[in-house]
Design a binder for this molecule. Structure first.
Ligand SMILES: Nc1ncnc2c1ncn2[C@@H]1O[C@H](COP(=O)(O)OP(=O)(O)OP(=O)(O)O)[C@@H](O)[C@H]1O
Ligand SMILES: [Mg+2]
Length: 237
């Protein structure tokens, strides 16, 4: 049996004339945290959106758990166990915290979601306190917790996170990344886009660096922390 949960082969993606991704091949193994690093406009969000079927690829194949999912729409992919926390969080600001969380379970056949709500509230106790508040009234960090919690409600096998630390205070970033590490320890595989390369490499097992839509560097995160190209371009050393 293959160990990868996600395998991408020769993926390309355009926005009309703009080439956003070119000939991307990568693998994510079960139980790993893999980070995706790159400058603004490198194609990170496009790659995550293509994995979720929110963008259509021009070429290439995407396998999930050994199955070709390239032609499946996004609902089907959520049903298989792919959940995305989008850049900017994508909450419904005039719905309550709990309503936002429950939306994460919409694609599940098993609607017995109280246990999962309980799990999210255990991970993020502040969300229980604020469960009846409008999501839009929460702080940035609390909103990010709702976004992660909502993704967890779909019981994902693969969690895609697009810049979870964006705009958050360091202490909150730490909380979010603690949860990410705990999720990995419990068996969820995680693919995380992060501008903060040091943070990304510190918590991940492996990493890919995107430059102009291509994979420029890849390897074990701890090796990449010492890689001179990575240091110079992404770690400010
Ligand atoms: N909806 C769109 N229409 C046209 N071009 C787009 C669109 N979205 C992204 N692009 C372009 O595709 C390229 C990759 O963008 P993408 O958003 O994937 O990069 P990113 O690595 O996520 O950047 P950032 O760090 O700023 O979030 C960029 O050149 C961007 O301008
Ligand atoms: Mg982006």
């Amino acid at each position: 049996m293959e160990n990868n949960i996600l395998k991408i082969e020769n993926l390309s993606c355009n926005y009309s004339q703009i080439i956003a991704l070119e000939d991307i091949s990568l693998e994510i193994n079960k139980g790993e945290i893999v980070s995706l690093i790159g400058a603004n406009g490198a194609g990170k969000t496009t790659l995550l959106r293509t994995i979720s079927a929110l963008n259509k690829p021009k070429n290439g194949t995407i396998f999930f758990d050994g199955k070709d999912i390239t032609k499946l729409d996004s609902d089907k992919r959520v049903g298989l166990g792919i959940a995305q926390v989008p850049e900017g969080r994508g909450l419904f600001t005039i719905l309550s915290v709990e309503q936002n969380l429950k939306l994460g379970a919409y694609s599940r056949k098993n609607k017995n979601i109280d246990e999962d709500l309980e799990y999210v509230y255990k991970k993020f106790p502040i969300l229980r306190e604020k469960k009846n508040d409008y999501a839009g009234t929460l702080s940035g960090g609390q909103q990010q917790m709702v976004a992660v919690g909502r993704a967890l409600m779909s019981k994902p096998k693969l969690l895609l996170l697009d810049e979870p630390s964006m705009g958050l205070a360091p202490i909150v970033v730490e909380e979010i990344f603690d949860v990410i590490t705990t999720l990995r320890d419990m068996g969820t595989t995680i693919f995380v886009v992060e501008q903060n390369a040091f943070l990304a490499l510190s918590i991940s097992d492996r990493a890919y660096v995107l430059e102009n839509g291509r994979v420029a560097i890849s390897g074990k995160s701890k090796d990449m922390l010492n890689d001179s190209r990575v240091k110079e371009a992404y770690l400010g050393a």
